[in-house]
Design a protein around this ligand. Structure first.
Ligand code: SF4
Length: 424
């Protein structure tokens, strides 16, 4: 049950771009001991009897998709906090995945939190075939950790990474947050120094957002915290990116960098609009031309015995497919493939968005190469507004004039490879 080492050690973005990684399998473990102050994900309280039952139902769902002949190329177990599972549930879940899907994988990631991962869980994971561990650090600044409601201190993140090195975890990833109230250049320098010390293969660098209903948003409304201004956040993000580049990291997506070929194949598949199945409460799927979510309710999920209720089911039509392609592929440094978009959706984005593209190019926000659009570092700072503008052009365009009916892809099954199945 070992993970096959296909091309995952290739370092070039072009090599990554041309390899298909679908279908992926996302496994959602929605339990957290305490909710972080910025978090609005689907999470539930950690309660051992519930997590054990939940794990058993996950295994039923795994068996069900395996019986239907599903074979993923990548697995990502995310949450929530997968490492918060007790040892028995952790082992049962990994064994079930390994025995059904282990042979055909090119990557298998598990998300962990520093306070709940331990040597025994790591040993089991490695033995079964997990080859990538992603850890939520967020910052190494104790003030920041406390504000964000994290359940660990900075030294625990370093300790966990030393443990992973000792045990020979093939690839590691670290999540960091930029823009929390009180963060300054000195704090970023300290984070960069800690990253240099532990030297992970991959960094996810997310901007803090104040999602409605989160503790952080409530604190902001009450005036208990003083959020950074946008310019300050951009300034700190630049400092992070420059420091990480100096350490040998290469940006391959707006929020993600890698070194030593450590790009996340599973997430690349999402951004390339590849197919995937999501299992567990609230997990999303894109498979055989359809998108849907499992109902986000742990009790209903447990009662479902592995056949969860689907919600928000849709068949993306070709304009939806085109919008999704813009929103996903422009996140990648390798950019959007205009020819592929024409073939899969019928839209010629370079014609439809001609004047916007020219305007953005003149401002140094993107590069329009022969059959590809790439966002520059400057453009990534305002990616949302670039995407919005291109989507408005697309939606405002006349289908009759722009659609090339000769390509035959008119059935709403926009993705060329839907034969088989997020966030990390
Ligand atoms: S550990 Fe992750 S999923 Fe859990 S509360 Fe914190 S941010 Fe949310």
């Amino acid at each position: 049950m070992s993970v096959r080492s296909t091309n995952r050690r290739e370092t070039g973005i072009d090599a990554i771009r041309h390899e298909s990684h679908d279908p992926g399998l996302y496994v959602h473990v929605p339990f957290c001991r305490v909710r972080c102050t910025y978090c609005d994900f689907h999470v539930a309280s950690l309660s051992p009897p519930v997590t054990r039952k939940y794990t058993q139902v996950l295994i039923q769902e795994i068996e069900s998709i395996a019986r239907k002949g599903f074979q993923p190329r990548t697995i990502f177990i995310g949450g929530g906090t997968p490492s918060a599972l007790d040892h028995q549930s952790w082992s049962d879940l990994l064994q079930a995945l390994g025995s059904h899907f282990g042979e055909g994988l090119s990557e298998w990631t598990v998300e962990t939190n520093p306070e709940s991962i331990d040597e025994k869980k790591l040993e089991v994971a490695l033995q079964i075939g997990v080859d990538r561990i992603s850890t939520g650090a967020q910052t190494f600044d104790e003030k920041g950790l406390s504000l964000l409601g994290r359940q660990h201190d900075a030294s625990r993140v370093i300790e966990v990474h030393q443990m992973m090195q000792r045990l020979g975890v093939p690839r590691t990833s670290l999540d960091l947050i930029v823009g929390w109230p009180g963060q300054d250049h000195q704090s970023v320098m300290a984070d960069l120094a800690a990253v240099e010390q532990i030297d992970p293969d991959h960094i996810s660098l997310y901007h803090l957002s104040y999602e409605k209903g989160t503790w952080l948003d409530k604190m902001r409304s009450r005036g208990d915290i003083d959020p950074l201004q946008d310019e300050q956040c951009i300034d700190l993000a630049r400092q992070f990116l420059s420091g990480l580049t100096d350490q040998g990291y290469q940006r391959y997506e707006v929020s993600n960098l890698h070194k030593r070929g450590g790009a996340s194949l599973h997430n690349l598949n999402y951004w390339q609009r590849g197919t995937y199945l999501g299992i567990g409460s609230g997990a999303a799927s894109f498979h055989e031309g359809k998108r849907w979510k499992n109902l986000a309710n742990v009790t209903s999920y447990i009662e479902s015995e592995g056949s969860p209720r689907r919600v928000d089911e849709e068949n993306p039509d070709r304009i939806t497919a085109a919008v999704e392609t813009i929103m996903l592929q422009l996140r990648l440094v390798s950019g959007l493939d205009l020819a592929e978009m024409r073939t899969s959706t019928g839209f010629s984005l370079d014609q439809i968005c001609e004047s916007s593209l020219r305007r953005f190019e003149q401002r140094g926000l993107l590069l329009h190469e022969e059959d590809r659009i790439r966002i520059t570092d400057l453009g990534f700072e305002i990616l949302d507004s670039i995407i919005l503008s291109l989507v408005e052009d697309l939606e405002g365009s006349s289908d009759e004039k722009r659609f090339d009916s000769s390509n035959g892809s008119v059935d709403g099954t926009a993705h060329p490879s839907s034969s088989g199945l997020d966030r990390g």
